[in-house]
Ligand binder design. Structure first.
Ligand SMILES: Nc1ncnc2c1ncn2[C@@H]1O[C@H](COP(=O)(O)OP(=O)(O)OP(=O)(O)O)[C@@H](O)[C@H]1O
Length: 360
């Protein structure tokens, strides 16, 4: 049994099936990210775990205690779960100190000290404790929301897109700070986000959600490099998906002969490469002659965007053609550092690093 076990959870709103059978195991002290497009059911799932709503069917067991199962239902305030919402949801009329200490009784001994300690833990200067929420930046407000959620000493923390209102730089530093903070406090965490990079960098375990169900659950590395299907592959980043003939641990495709990660597959399937696996080296049309075993392409588009640029190339040959018609039919879209991105019209030598992943 895991720290949190969700079994066959369903929830509908009238005709809308928000959750269509969710199974998930979360180990104690870990970080799980649930990522999926808008409307796929992420917030509904958090609300069920938090105890704001009951599932139509299925079971929620937290730390060995049943939270929801048929008629059994433990209300939110008895679950020991903290929730930080997207907008922080601070009380505008209360000071920062009273926001943080909201869950503690006003006259409770040591309240002020505990509030100051929590402010310190989340990296807030105690000078702001007297202020009101509107006098704080977005990042500071999120820290207050986190401190308030931590004040109740939760055994599980639920974060519902808590960084989405922050700008890019602050977003990644907050994400890192929050991850560290929760890890140091030993709090098991579930983060909901629609940002794939955020999910991959934050979590030990990522669940990709679509239409109320999980498409795949695994480590960030596994999901990124070994997605089950094209949907998961493309949801988690740019992907090059090409038809191939697979045998003996290799794929024959428009990129030539490439090692694959399934030694036992022997069929026609789609393989996936991440764009960063395709390397380009500048050459010239003359450089192509006398090297039939090498793969060449012509740059057809280059979108300059500073550090990372988008480069489209059209293949010019295939050293090991499975199907001559496929050669050059689809341009490859790659990301390259701006400093070394080739120009439109240039001929480049193409090679592949690592193995390709065979999709289902
Ligand atoms: N209280 C409700 N009444 C009716 N329909 C609802 C209710 N709450 C959610 N839904 C519907 O359930 C589905 C899942 O909604 P949910 O808010 O869980 O998605 P989400 O993945 O969190 O979306 P977003 O990323 O946009 O916040 C949506 O179709 C939504 O319209």
């Amino acid at each position: 049994m895991s720290f949190l076990d969700l079994t066959a959870l369903t929830r509908s709103y009238g005709p809308v099936r928000a959750l269509a059978g969710i199974d998930l195991a979360v180990e104690a002290g870990t970080r799980t990210a649930i990522v999926g497009p808008s409307g796929c059911g992420k917030t509904t799932l958090l609300r069920l775990i938090a105890g704001f709503e009951a599932p139509d069917s299925g079971r929620i067991v937290l730390d060995g205690q049943t939270m929801a199962d048929g008629a059994a239902f433990v209300p939110a305030h008895k679950r020991g779960i903290g929730l930080v919402a997207q907008d922080g949801a601070l009380f505008p009329h209360l000071s920062i100190a009273d926001n943080i200490g909201f869950g503690m009784a006003r006259g409770e001994a040591g309240r002020a000290e505990r509030v100051a300690e929590l402010a310190y833990i989340v990296g807030l200067d105690k000078a702001i404790l007297k202020r009101r929420p509107h006098e704080l930046s977005g990042g500071q407000q999120q820290r207050v929301a986190l401190a308030r959620a931590m004040a109740c000493k939760p055994r599980l923390m639920l974060l519902d897109e808590p960084f989405s209102a922050l700008d890019t730089g602050l977003r990644s530093s907050m994400r890192k700070a929050v991850a560290e903070l929760l890890e140091n406090a030993g709090i098991t965490t579930i983060l909901v986000t629609h940002d794939q990079a955020e999910a991959l960098s934050f979590a030990d375990q990522v669940a990709v959600m679509r239409e109320g169900a999980f498409s795949q659950v695994g480590t960030p590395r596994d999901l990124y490099l070994r997605p089950k299907n094209r949907m998961v592959a493309e949801f988690l980043g740019d992907a090059i998906v090409i038809p191939a003939r697979i045998a003996g641990g290799f794929a024959q495709c428009s990129l030539g002969r490439i090692a694959v990660d399934s030694a036992d597959r022997r069929d026609v399937a789609r393989i996936m490469l991440r764009p960063e696996q395709v390397l380009l080296k500048r050459t010239s049309s003359e450089g192509m002659s006398g090297t039939p075993d090498m793969l060449f392409a012509e740059v057809t588009e280059m979108e300059f965007a500073g550090a990372v640029c988008t480069v489209a190339v059209r293949l010019l040959n295939n050293p090991d053609p499975p199907d001559a018609a496929a050669i050059g039919s689809t341009p490859l879209i790659l990301k390259k550092p701006g400093i070394e991105a080739p120009a439109v019209g240039e001929v480049v030598r193409v090679s592949v690093t690592g193995t390709a992943h065979v999709l289902e």
